[in-house]
Design a binder for this molecule. Structure first.
Ligand code: XMP
Length: 520
């Protein structure tokens, strides 16, 4: 039912084969940023499916395993004989070497972080034009100790073969990660690989809009679509795209699940009044709160909320349809929602409510998810091209389950209200920072920890509140924002004095990975 892949619409596709590496989305985005469409598939993909996708090049991602390890994901060896250029990155290089007759061994010492690498062959095609010595991000223990026959060693680091290639067969391997900005010339290396693949760089979001409008019309026909509109970037852009494609057939439903931030429900309703959209607001606060009553497991909460959303949409569709069914549910699902919700891509980190949380017995016959192939930055660009104002398009992400995943553990109305008040103070203070210096995302989290305090000479035993502010451009990796102590002090003192049930404020200084941005 889900239409994830949109590669059919583009002539040039780079196929990114996933072996469990944490940087697969960065690879995909790095390619797209060079105007070549890229899509992620499981490393265990069949040759038949590869032929169907018809990629101009294949990139093998890194992965946590050793090629000899139990449960190591492999790929069909024939991939290297299809005549399609292949670039293996980290585990991808080791797998290529292993399958083609080279040797992989456990390195004496691993290499983690930025290390110096040196080009070893003046005539390397992939590394041509970059400096002889360059810093590269490494994250490995295993190494290719003997490259496969007919492969040249084209770069070395202190402890590893850093790059190999077989120019005749157009097979390349790099032990380092060119997709991260920590590798010098990483972008140039990926660009060179794309040029080896013969890419012309024809992937443009303008074409995307035209093609999506066509495909939405084809998918939906004369049927009606009910779109879940949360007011966030993704669903707002989705609404704009759907209303361009099927203006008279679209109804947007904004479900206020009671997990919105302070005054947010009213603000969203207000913001969309100015648009030419049919919008219905459903106040379902009590119903959602009841559905998660007593539930503290984050994955359970996410799934319950996902199901509840669909039930509300179904009921609204029935009311609106009056006998004539609304067949399609529109959602602003984007590519990372799908990748991070697991399934074909390995470990489930978090089930996004709109992906992993959909009930099996959903009454809608189809999903319309026209943004499901895009990354967040691409969605913002599409939104701008569609004429949406920057206060909608540049909004910070807000998780579909809302404050339900920012109140740790069991949720109550009182806890939600406490968090709303504290979060509003944090946002007020950080909103005042100039746009250029403002963190990419910031919010408060109500922890489950109670701590002793003293307010007005009396002992208190209240909640510990955590502040989170991160710098990121892709939301897949993030650094905590180095807020000034004076600002943190001001926020903390405002919160502890203005919000009754909070006695202590802490600042989260973890990066993603290993942490995630949200706490649940
Ligand atoms: P994590 O916590 O996975 O979050 O590092 C990455 C980004 O995604 C947002 N997020 C969600 N967005 N539905 C959404 O639409 C969700 O269920 C969800 N969970 C996390 C999060 O705010 C961050 O920007």
């Amino acid at each position: 039912m889900r239409y994830v892949l949109i590669w059919r619409f583009f002539m040039e596709t780079i196929l990114v084969l996933d072996f469990g590496g944490q940087y697969k989305e960065l690879i995909c985005r790095a390619v797209r940023n060079l105007n070549v469409y890229a899509v992620i598939e499981s490393g265990a993909i069949s040759l038949e499916k590869i032929r169907e996708i018809n990629p101009i090049g294949i990139i093998l991602t890194g992965g946590p395993n050793s090629v000899y390890g139990e449960g190591a994901v492999s790929c069909n060896k024939e991939i290297f004989s299809l005549g399609i250029p292949v670039l293996g990155i980290c585990y991808g290089m080791q797998l290529m070497a292993h399958l083609l007759g080279g040797k992989v061994s456990s390195g004496e010492v691993g290499e983690y972080g930025r290390v110096m690498a040196s080009r070893n062959a003046a005539d390397s095609v992939l590394l041509k034009g970059i400096s002889d010595d360059f810093f590269a991000l490494m994250s490995h223990r295993d190494v290719v100790s003997i490259p496969p026959p007919d492969f040249k060693i084209t770069a070395k680091s202190a402890n590893a073969i850093a790059a190999i290639e077989n120019e005749t067969k157009k097979l390349y391997g790099v032990q380092f990660h060119p997709e991260t900005r920590h590798t010098e010339y990483g972008k140039e290396i990926i660009k060179k690989f794309l040029s080896i693949c013969g890419a012309t760089g024809s992937y443009k979001l303008k074409n995307y809009i035209t093609e999506r409008v066509e495909s939405i019309r084809k998918q939906v026909g004369h049927e009606k679509v009910l779109l879940g509109l949360s007011g966030g970037v993704d669903s707002s852009v989705c609404a704009a795209l759907l209303s361009k494609a099927i203006p008279g057939q679209l109804t947007c439903v904004f479900v206020d699940h009671g997990f919105m931030r302070k005054n947010e429900g009213d603000e969203i309703e207000e913001a969309f009044k100015n648009f030419d959209l049919k919008l219905i607001r459903v106040n379902a606060q009590d119903r959602f709160l009841k559905a998660v009553e007593g539930v503290s497991d984050p994955e359970k909460k996410r799934k319950i909320i996902g199901v509840e959303f669909v039930r509300v949409f179904e009921e609204e569709a029935e009311k609106l349809g009056k006998g004539e069914d609304i067949k399609f549910l529109g959602q602003g699902t984007i590519y990372p929602d799908i990748v991070e919700s697991g399934g074909q891509f390995g470990a489930t980190i978090k089930s996004h409510h709109n992906v992993g949380g959909l009930p099996d017995d959903m009454k809608f016959v189809g999903l319309v998810e026209p943004l499901s192939g895009l990354f967040k930055d691409e969605v913002r660009k599409v939104g701008k091209k569609l004429g949406l104002p920057s206060n909608l398009v540049d909004r910070q992400p807000f998780p579909g389950p809302g404050l339900a995943v920012r109140v740790m553990g069991e949720i109550t109305k009182e806890k939600l209200d406490t968090l709303r008040d504290a979060d509003a103070i944090l946002r007020e203070e950080l909103d005042a920072i100039s746009l250029k210096n403002r963190p990419s995302q910031y919010f408060a989290v109500l922890t489950q920890t109670l701590s002793v305090g003293v307010k007005g000479d009396a002992r208190t035993y209240d909640f510990v509140l955590a502040l989170r502010a991160v710098i990121t451009d892709d939301f897949m990796t993030a650094e905590y924002a180095e807020l000034s102590h004076s600002l943190l002090k001001k926020i903390s003192s405002r919160i502890t004095s203005e919000v009754k049930a909070i006695s202590r404020v802490v600042y989260d200084i973890s990066s993603k990975p290993p942490s995630t941005i949200e706490w649940e």
